[in-house]
Design a protein. Structure first.
Length: 132
């Protein structure tokens, strides 16, 4: 659609200079394995993306993704399996964290009977060709 994932769900009416963000204004999307809430708005003066992610037991192990920016996560609750390219699966629990540099492949998922909630940060946000 000529847009990236956060830009597609961003609110064009976000006010520059607003520093407090209420849950009622946050965008949430969901698929079979995850629910994402974009905590911060996508706008030029916000240079990172922060998400509240809920992972559900996966129906299939996802493909690896190549990170286009630094990516970090903190497990708020539950258990998740994280695989970083050329490494075996690592099981993370509440209080564990990870960081993956730009250009590295990663995948994360919950096994049957497990769920997890993570706070994740992408830095810097990938800008689309229009610069927003």
């Amino acid at each position: 659609l000529g847009s990236n994932f956060p830009n597609f769900f961003s609110d064009e009416n976000d006010n520059k200079g607003q520093y407090i963000f209420r849950k009622s204004g946050m965008k949430t999307v969901m698929n079979d394995d995850r629910e994402y809430t974009f905590i911060l708005p996508q706008r030029p003066d916000v240079h990172l993306e922060m998400m509240d992610e809920n992972y559900f037991p996966c129906k299939r192990i996802p493909e690896f993704e190549t990170m286009e920016h630094d990516f970090a996560g903190y497990v708020v609750s539950g258990n998740i399996t994280v695989e970083i390219a050329d490494s075996g699966p690592v099981h993370l629990s509440c209080g564990d964290a990870f960081h993956v540099p730009q250009g590295v492949q990663l995948r994360g998922y919950c096994r049957a009977g497990e769920q997890a909630r993570l706070l994740t940060i992408h830095y810097p946000v990938k800008k689309n060709s229009s610069g927003s």
